[in-house]
Design a protein around this ligand. Structure first.
Ligand code: PMP
Length: 405
């Protein structure tokens, strides 16, 4: 099997549209990916054929909704190689998944404890731990990065100690594209007895995530960055850790026995999933995972690297362009500054030419400050992008450069 780009693109109805009379060149995939017809169909089919609440099955529709909803959990469990389906907890996204872990850890953290994050965090994996530390008296340790955007491994080693309760690190940086060596970082953290959470928001769509071989305790990701819908995500956690994790939201679905005075909690996964879930979202994410899994993964990865390589070469050849994030191990993310132009102006001019990129602080303000810049322009590639689109990005950038000079 290899990647048939034409038929792959044809599965994404949104890609065939025009913006201002120009073909859409969608290069904002790190913000959110587009959805294949298979995902759209799964959502439409749920609402047209079996919309009902789940786990309340006194009737056919509810049984069918429950079957599809739980089948989606099986797909996700297989996809990330969870050792049990109960380890897959539905959340609204990465942010909520990290908050779920932080809420539980808040019961354990105390003065003298340390939580480790990195300089390249998205706010979702920074502010959460910053606030948890502020509330508990624990100390937040921030692992520095090199100018290339790679983690400073010596600093990581030196910051780890017997006081480290949690190491919370991104699989892949949304702002720089850096792929972190999460397996070896996890192994080191484990030697000190720390829990490990991987922010997989950007990592999940770029390859084979095997939570058991990573060795972490938690892996969090969002459906919408993996060709699935918004409003649905996953917290994967080791059963041994999650089964005693403090419940964070209480209400229907997650209880075992309730009196007016007290309540006891159900078992995983329900004990961490209070209330009516995002049923259509979970089914849509299950369809996305099934769709993605059927692709030839080495071909997908090779294609993405080809796009990145072409973009990087053209960026290096464009005078005045400065790449932010030059680690050797990157996914298809190209963050840059164009001479003295404000990234927002660059984004605006590109948009007029049909090219969609992200501009701004990439939800990583401290990281931007670390580089002494207000933000970046960021082109991020997905499996449906073409080399011609990379060329279109650069001809649009050359125009922007002339207009802004
Ligand atoms: N972490 C990283 C690295 C991200 O890129 C994002 C999304 N930009 C998040 C966390 C948060 O994801 P969400 O907004 O889907 O919860």
């Amino acid at each position: 099997m290899s990647l048939d780009l034409q038929s792959l693109r044809a599965q994404f109805p949104i890609l065939s549209q025009q913006v201002d009379g120009k073909p859409l060149v969608y290069l904002d995939n790190a913000a959110t990916t587009q959805k294949p017809q298979a995902v759209i169909d799964a959502i439409v089919s749920f609402y047209t054929q079996c919309n009902a609440n789940v786990h309340r099955g006194a009737h056919h529709l509810s049984d069918e909704a429950t079957r599809r909803y739980e089948k989606a959990r099986d797909s996700v469990a297989r996809f990330i190689n969870a050792s049990a389906r109960e380890e897959v907890i539905w959340t609204s996204g990465t942010t909520e998944a990290i908050n779920l872990v932080a809420n539980g850890l808040a019961f354990q953290l105390k003065q003298g404890d340390e939580v480790m994050v990195t300089e390249m965090e998205h706010h979702a994996n920074l502010v959460t731990w910053q606030q948890a530390c502020l509330k508990s008296g624990a100390t937040l340790k921030v692992v520095p990065i090199h100018d290339s955007g790679e983690l400073d491994m010596n600093a990581f080693d030196n910051l780890l100690s017997a006081n480290t309760r949690l190491v919370a690190i991104p699989h892949v940086s949304n702002a720089l594209g850096t792929v972190n060596p999460i397996q070896s970082l996890t192994a080191k953290a484990k030697q000190h007895g720390a829990l490990v959470l991987i922010d997989g928001a950007q990592g999940i769509a770029h390859g084979n995530v095997d939570v058991q071989s990573i060795g972490c305790d938690f892996y969090a990701f969002s459906g919408h960055k993996l060709f699935g819908p918004t409003g649905i995500g996953v917290l994967w956690g080791k059963q041994s850790v999650l089964q005693d994790w403090p419940v964070w939201q209480v209400g229907g679905e997650m209880i075992s026995d309730v009196t007016y005075q007290s309540a006891t909690w159900g078992v995983l996964p329900n004990r961490l999933e209070a209330g009516t879930p995002n049923i259509a979202g979970a089914i849509g994410l299950g369809a996305a995972v099934d769709w993605f899994t059927a692709l030839d993964m080495p071909a997908v990865q090779a294609h993405e690297q080809q796009l990145l390589q072409s973009a990087t070469e053209q960026a290096e050849a464009l005078e005045g362009l400065r790449i932010i994030g030059t680690a050797p191990n990157k996914v298809g993310v190209l963050s840059f500054l164009l001479a003295d132009a404000h990234p927002a102006d660059v984004g605006f001019i590109l948009d007029r030419q049909g090219v969609a990129i992200r501009t701004g602080d990439n939800c990583a303000q401290p990281l931007m400050k670390r580089f002494g810049i207000p933000g970046t322009a960021r082109a991020s590639f997905s499996i449906y992008n073409t080399l011609e689109e990379v060329d279109m990005l650069f001809s649009a950038l050359k125009k922007a450069k002339m207009m802004l000079a």
